[in-house]
Design a protein around this ligand. Structure first.
Ligand SMILES: O=C(O)c1cc(=O)[nH]c(=O)n1[C@@H]1O[C@H](COP(=O)(O)O)[C@@H](O)[C@H]1O
Length: 241
């Protein structure tokens, strides 16, 4: 894999609370990562201006608002996300098939195939464990639950899923090669694990078949974030040789 291909797989999680920070990170990392993720903290603080700010720097956006609501509300929210011109947007697969179908149909009806955002379903959060599932009444093993939700997401019109890298191979076997797999829970050897539970290194995740890796704190909290992003690219390239 080339350095450019490795770089394009990295989505940097812009987990900040103001627009000024976006400029700062975009200037540092635009040439080091493939995309920027605008999530709940940033969108709640700065709104759609956050998406505009990333695009102003030439960056593409994964709008990570993990919708989980009644079907009509989620479909309308997805349309609003599409109008912001984001490349990826997500919802929770646990919202069920009708919610996913309505969102997919609404987006496909309003936008052409090349303009529309790719829709991802979050399976089981990478911070969750078997105990987390048990606590909310889910007895199935995590991997079985992830694959079940991934299949449901595919049948309901989603373009892919968000899952832990530990489940990539099982999802690929169940959903095929053109189904997008986006994996947070990625930790290079030099970084702290933080609150992530189901993790792999960037090289392992790419080797397992991840389309994109979502990485925040291993870059943001590093003493030299640009160097950290470069090291991650090095790790991915070396892992593929
Ligand atoms: O949908 C996501 O992006 C997501 C899903 C998931 O299961 N786990 C997960 O960590 N994320 C997001 O991915 C990012 C990971 O950040 P770091 O743990 O700092 O690398 C955070 O912004 C999370 O909100």
């Amino acid at each position: 894999m080339t350095r450019d291909e490795a770089k394009n797989k990295i989505i940097f999680a812009l987990d900040v609370d103001n627009l000024k920070n976006i400029d700062c990170w975009a200037e540092k990392l635009s040439s080091k990562v493939g995309m920027f993720k605008v999530g709940k903290e940033l969108f709640t603080s700065a709104g759609p201006a956050a998406v505009e700010a990333v695009k102003k720097h030439g960056g593409e956006v994964f709008l990570d608002l993990k919708y989980h609501d009644i079907p009509n509300t989620v479909a309308q929210a997805m349309l609003a996300a599409g109008r912001l011109g984001v490349k990826l947007a997500n919802l929770h697969a646990l919202g069920g098939p009708e919610m996913m179908e309505k969102a997919s149909q609404a987006v496909r009806k309003e936008f052409s195939d090349c303009e529309r955002p790719r829709l991802l379903a979050v399976t089981i959060l990478t911070s969750s464990t078997q105990e987390t599932l048990k606590a909310v009444g889910i007895e199935q093993p995590v991997e079985q639950m992830v694959v079940r939700l991934a299949k449901l997401a595919k049948e309901s019109g989603m373009d892919g899923v968000v899952a832990s890298p530990l489940e990539i191979q099982a999802i690929r076997a169940a959903c095929g090669s053109d189904f997008l797999i986006v994996t947070p829970g990625v930790r290079p050897s030099f970084a702290a694990v933080d609150d992530q539970k189901r993790i792999m290194t960037p090289a392992e995740a790419v080797q397992a078949g991840a389309d994109y890796l979502v990485i925040g704190r291993p870059i943001a909290k590093a003493a030299d974030p640009v160097k950290a992003a470069e090291l991650i690219v090095d790790e991915i390239v070396a892992g593929g040789q």
